[in-house]
Design a protein around this ligand. Structure first.
Ligand SMILES: [Ca+2]
Length: 508
């Protein structure tokens, strides 16, 4: 660690000390120089491999390797799938951004942390949690991030050596383009702009620049793309590939919602708006366009890795925080417990991934990524983590595995997925789907007496005593506490990514 790095680490440590004294309760995740000597020595020996951790916001299973939509165009993810393992039954722990990302980044379930809502102040709920990048920092890695990794304004200053974040996105001149009243960001349109002018591509180029350079320490680099999160605005070249009149809608069944508990459904408003204005095809085309744009940005990053000095020594993970519905069961967005909302992208490639090109059909969870990366990089595991390392499945995708995937909306709305079944419990009823015969979850078997035993077995897999802790809303925290999590550093110099502004200098 250089003297400059040591001084920066000291500054970070004193800031954290101050945060604790100020009542922020932030974890004392000291890096480098502030560590006990034994750990410092361990950190100094860290040699990698590096981690490239690519998150894609609101990306469902409409990518080539998962086959969720026949017209999707994701050539770069298709190519990555040939080099790594694609998990075809990977699920989020919550079908919305903040609780899903909190679980992924802390390795704890929502049913443990109580963080179920987008507005929940996750760091307030988990003041001592050591996040995934923090753990790597503790062991000698440099942790860098950009874009959206934690949710929105709830980034975590303690988790990064430096963070790259832009403010603002390009919008069409007049919105909403779809003219749906009160659409807010529920909109889609081509942008009359070059990719290089857009935030996600600039993020990709920032990461690419870093990946092309030599570094004195192994890195954990998180790249969090915003699209295909709403609004679906992307350069016209991507929209041109998906003419709406030729775009296929997701398969639906009349009366599909008649056999589900009322509280399983969220809202019909979006569906009425989209179908009432005759724009279902346009919306689907808009989402596919933004997926294609995300894939192109991922391609930029992966090409830079391939061209640079770290190609053979970097674990690549591509993940999404939850799925997205586009009219299945008359639902749009996420926030439900069905397959299209709970299923996520999880692809892993690089050192330690022997089963190149394989698909793994075991049920895995986003919170398995933390222990997996720790395992692949040879770091000590953390006892509190609730996931399980996927390493055996990266060697043999058919290896024995009996861990189901659990997704929670709150303590009383929760689902469990096994390789064959999905069982969901709501305050006003249950659902049971047999994926061997009903992959679209059209026929709820929960009231069929023939499946009573199956239901009992699946119910036993749901969280015991799920947390009902009341988590304060981030927006309600005093300004000084909100500020502790803010990593709003503005633009780092694009021309010299080694010249990162230490967080301390940008926060004070
Ligand atoms: Ca149904």
């Amino acid at each position: 660690m250089s003297d400059n790095d040591c001084r920066a680490a000291e500054r970070r440590t004193s800031r954290r000390e101050w945060m604790r004294q100020a009542g922020g309760g932030m974890a004392a995740a000291a890096a480098g120089c502030a560590l006990p000597s034994a750990m410092k020595a361990q950190g100094a020996r860290a040699r990698g491999p590096n981690v490239l951790f690519i998150g894609v916001d609101d990306l469902n299973d409409w990518i080539g390797p998962l086959g969720g939509h026949p017209q999707t165009q994701t050539p770069h993810l298709d190519a990555l799938a040939k080099r790594g393992v694609t998990f075809t039954r990977a699920y989020c722990q919550a079908p919305s951004c903040n609780p899903s990302r909190t679980s992924l980044m802390t390795g704890l379930r929502p049913s443990t942390s109580g963080v179920y809502r987008n507005g929940d102040a996750w760091r307030k709920a988990l003041p001592d949690a050591v996040t995934l990048p923090q753990h790597f920092m503790l062991h000698g890695y440099r942790a860098l991030g950009g874009g959206k990794t934690f949710h929105g304004s709830q980034n975590d200053a303690a988790s990064w050596d430096a963070y790259h974040q832009f403010n603002g996105f390009l919008h069409p001149p007049s919105t909403p383009v779809n003219k749906i009243p009160r659409a807010a960001h529920f909109d889609w349109s081509a942008l009359n702009a070059k990719s290089e002018e857009t935030t996600d591509t600039q993020l990709a180029d920032w990461a690419a620049d870093y990946l092309r350079r030599e570094h004195d320490r192994p890195f954990f680099l998180a790249v969090g793309f915003y699209r295909p999160h709403l609004p679906w605005y992307a350069p016209a070249e991507h929209f041109d590939r998906f003419p709406p009149q030729k775009t296929e809608l997701p398969a639906t069944l009349d009366g599909d919602v008649d056999d589900v508990p009322k509280s399983a459904l969220r809202s019909f408003r979006d569906h009425e708006n989209v179908t009432g204005t005759g724009q279902w095809n346009k919306a689907v085309a808009g989402y596919l366009s933004c997926i294609n744009y995300a894939d192109a940005n991922i391609g930029r990053v992966l090409q830079a890795l391939e061209d640079g000095p770290h190609a053979d020594n970097t674990v690549i993970v591509v993940w999404s925080d939850h799925g997205w519905q586009l009219g299945e069961k008359k639902q749009w967005r996420k926030f439900t417990l069905w397959e299209r909302s709970a299923r996520v992208v999880t692809m892993i490639a690089g050192p330690g991934v022997a089963a190149r090109g394989a698909k793994c059909r075991r049920t895995v969870e986003l919170l398995d990524l933390y222990p997996t990366l720790v395992d692949l990089c040879g770091l000590p595991q953390r006892p509190e983590l609730e996931g399980q390392s996927l390493r055996p499945l990266l060697a043999n995708p058919a290896a024995p595995w009996d861990k189901p995937a659990v997704t929670s909306i709150n303590a009383d709305k929760v689902t469990v997925r096994t390789e064959r079944w999905r069982y969901s419990r709501h305050p006003d009823g249950e659902e049971l789907y047999d994926h061997a015969n009903d992959p679209r979850e059209w026929t709820n078997l929960a009231s069929n007496a023939a499946y009573a035993q199956t239901k009992t077995e699946l119910a036993a897999l749901l969280p015991k005593n799920p947390s009902r802790k009341k988590i304060p809303l981030f927006a309600d925290l005093p300004e000084n506490e909100r500020r502790l999590q803010k990593v709003d550093a503005g633009r780092y110099p694009m021309s010299d990514p080694t010249n990162y502004v230490p967080l301390k200098d940008t926060l004070d």
